[in-house]
Design a protein around this ligand. Structure first.
Ligand code: KDG
Length: 326
């Protein structure tokens, strides 16, 4: 009998080339490499918090693919369903920080035609999905190619037919979808049936134009969701639950922001970890804010994702100072 997994996901892992100095990339001289990709980030975050996680992806048969495999192995992610392909390269992207908006980062992709964009229904093994309790999906993978879209749709159907929870982070990347209309029409059917939807105001406006956050959450409840979490960055986060409960949590203040990319994934991992351990929605939201803030203090998406012990240390520190976690 093969080992159970708590969470499984499907998504591209790339090499992130992060300019070590803030400012426009036209002046960049030194880039630092990191391994990142939204779904992989969440699987790593959950693993650090004690859950068993697996990732379905493809990398190129090249040095960057090797770097990704080594990193995922090192983080103890199940990579039995990662395919290495000769015909296409590993995707890369660059990060420009603090310009033109201080505190914000921009991503510049070089991922078109990458190995991961060739994922298809063949990559989705029913037995593998059934080994997990939760399928974690985002709006990024279905935007990579038609075949990636079908892969995500297949995984979702297997999960729903077999009683797995589907968790969906809308993560709309307009650079990949090209238009809001395209994103909306393709994503709405995939989000149907998800138990938990993690999102933000901008994505809700794309998915449910003109509705406002509370009504958009109701639309998601009508599509089967029980919990809708709205990430608001430096303004914190809020949560709507189908049974009528509403929670709002302020973000914790951090002394500096290095790079906000990856903060939302760390938020997801901490939220899901605490939710599935305790079903305590408020606590899940609070610790998710903390994990997200922590990742914003460094370059790279996975390096500063906390373990439970580290989350508790920071939680205690904050509690002593601002009465936040009482
Ligand atoms: O959430 C962080 C991701 O946006 C970043 O790592 C790159 O996966 C990425 C993407 O597709 O934008």
């Amino acid at each position: 009998m093969e080992n159970r997994l708590d969470f499984v996901s499907i998504g591209e892992v790339m090499i992130q080339l992060n300019n070590i100095t803030p400012g426009p990339l036209r002046y960049a001289r030194y880039f630092e490499t990191h391994v990142a990709g939204s779904e992989a980030n969440v699987m790593v975050g959950l693993r650090k918090l004690g859950h068993r996680t697996g990732l379905i992806t493809r990398v190129g048969n090249d040095e960057f693919g090797e770097m990704i495999l080594r990193t995922l192995r090192g983080e103890d992610i199940d990579i039995t369903h990662v395919r290495v392909m000769d015909e296409a390269p590993t995707g890369i992207y660059f990060v420009q920080r603090h310009f033109p908006i201080p505190g914000k980062s921009t991503v510049i992709y070089y991922r078109h035609g990458s190995a991961a964009s060739y994922m298809s229904e063949d990559d989705i093994d029913e037995k593998y999905i059934k080994r997990a309790s939760v399928l974690f999906l985002t709006g990024i993978t279905p935007a990579l190619s038609e075949s990636c879209y079908r892969a995500v749709a297949k995984a979702r159907s297997i999960a729903l037919e077999n009683g797995l929870d589907v968790v969906f982070d809308t993560n709309i990347r307009i650079k990949l979808w090209k238009s809001a209309d395209n994103a909306r029409s393709k994503l709405i059917p995939l989000i149907h049936g998800s138990r938990i939807v993690l999102t933000n105001k901008e994505d809700l406006e794309i998915l449910f134009p003109g509705k406002g956050v509370a009504d958009a959450a109701k639309s998601l409840f009508n599509m089967g969701a029980e919990i809708v979490v709205v990430k608001k960055g430096e303004e914190g986060s809020e949560l709507y639950s189908k049974d009528g409960r509403f929670f709002e949590e302020k973000a914790i203040s951090i002394p500096f922001v290095e790079d906000v990319i990856g903060a939302g994934d760390a938020f997801d991992a901490a939220f899901l970890s605490i939710f599935y351990r305790s079903r305590d929605l408020r606590m899940a939201l609070r610790y998710a804010n903390i994990a997200g803030a922590l990742v914003a203090t460094v370059r790279g998406d996975i390096e500063a994702q906390p373990s439970i012990k580290e989350l508790e240390i920071l939680g205690r520190y904050i509690k002593e100072r601002m009465d936040y976690l009482r």
